[in-house]
Design a binder for this molecule. Structure first.
Ligand code: PBG
Length: 339
């Protein structure tokens, strides 16, 4: 049992353990490594690259460009990529059937990356929003997002992704019961080792704006929101109930999203369940920091690394961040400087 130290100043001096770099190294409690990062990337069905205006430094990649990035990520020690497709509007429909076309963009992208760089993990989002004309994550009838019908579609979407070679199925849709249904379906088709990373505590956040620009779902959504399925930012007990259900249904890992405004949720989830927990440093959080850095208002490198370390300190085992490649470069430089 730890008991509070009662030795007062001047005998006790906290600053002693901060006087030099080597002692700070020895007493440091948490560490950030490239091995903690998952790099989210956007792939489009075209040649060449496209800029994402609201996410400086983030590009929409061709499949060939994606393969190059996967190689680079591997060489930097980043264990996995999360691939998001930018679907041509001509392929979007009311029910998003393109999501379970076995030859759709994401499946082609996964096959290409797995063939060229088999040792990098591939995470695929499961939700219908890239594929629907209305930009909602589920099937809509009379303005209502239908839960059980959507879950059926998500099972089909997960299956084509697993068949293409996806290592980690990551449902981001927040329908009830989808983790159990997807697990049962994947197992039934023999994909027993395909992992599930559940976006378990996903909030109806305004910080997803730049992502929706990147995948082109913002225009489709119009002014609509996702509050009937994504969580109320005011709640944390509810996050524990969501995570608990997903673990019971078979999630291997859980995620809290967004990241920075929800560090308390990461901490509670990790302390309560002790399961591998991911934090998603989402597009809007990335954009804020980039914008301030571009204005010369913040030191990008220092603030980004401090932010990512903050996720580890809060209890996250892994962090999805658009800054993964930069962070990995910076961490390698720091390692070189002190090692
Ligand atoms: C889609 C999805 C979203 C994000 C990841 N998957 C957007 C949304 O739910 O509207 C957001 C990621 C980010 O902002 O970086 N279901």
């Amino acid at each position: 049992m730890w008991t509070p130290q009662r030795v007062p100043f001047p005998t006790l001096r906290h600053r002693r353990k901060r006087t030099t770099g080597w002692i700070r190294d020895l007493v440091r409690e948490n560490a950030l490594s490239a091995r903690d990062l998952i790099y989210p990337v956007f792939v489009h069905g075209q040649e060449g690259e496209g800029e994402v205006g609201s996410m400086p430094g983030v590009r929409r990649l061709s499949i060939a460009g994606l393969v190059d990035i996967a190689l680079e990520a591997r060489d930097l020690g980043i264990p996995a990529l999360a691939i998001f497709p930018v679907i041509d509007p001509s392929r979007k429909t009311l029910d998003g059937d393109e999501a379970f076309n076995p030859d759709n963009l994401i499946c082609r992208a996964v096959r290409a990356v797995k063939e060229a760089v088999p040792d990098v993990g591939i995470v695929c989002d499961v939700a219908l929003d890239p594929y629907t004309t209305h930009g909602q994550d589920g099937i809509v009838r009379d303005g209502i997002i239908l839960n059980d019908e959507t879950v059926e579609a998500l099972c089909k979407q997960s299956l084509v992704q697993a068949q293409a070679g996806c290592d980690v199925i990551a449902p981001s849709d927040m329908m009830d019961g989808r983790i159990g249904a997807i697990r049962t379906s994947l197992d039934g088709y023999g994909y027993r080792d395909t992992l599930i990373l559940s976006y378990a505590a996903k909030y109806a956040s305004a910080f997803y704006g730049p992502f929706r620009d990147a995948v082109g779902s913002k225009a489709a959504l119009g002014g609509a929101d996702k509050r009937t399925y994504q969580m109320d930012p005011a709640n944390t007990d509810e996050a524990l109930r969501e995570v608990s259900s997903d673990i019971d249904e078979g999630a291997d890992m859980v995620m809290v999203k967004p990241g920075l405004p929800y560090l308390d949720v990461i901490r509670r989830v990790k302390e309560t369940f002790s399961v591998p927990t991911a934090a998603y440093h989402v597009s809007g959080e990335y954009a804020m920091l980039k914008a301030a850095a571009q204005n010369g208002w913040l030191d990008e490198r220092a603030c980004m690394l401090e932010t990512l370390l903050g996720f580890k300190r809060a209890g996250a085992d892994m962090v999805l961040t658009y800054a993964a490649m930069d962070a990995a470069h910076w961490l390698a430089e720091d390692e070189g400087a002190t090692g």
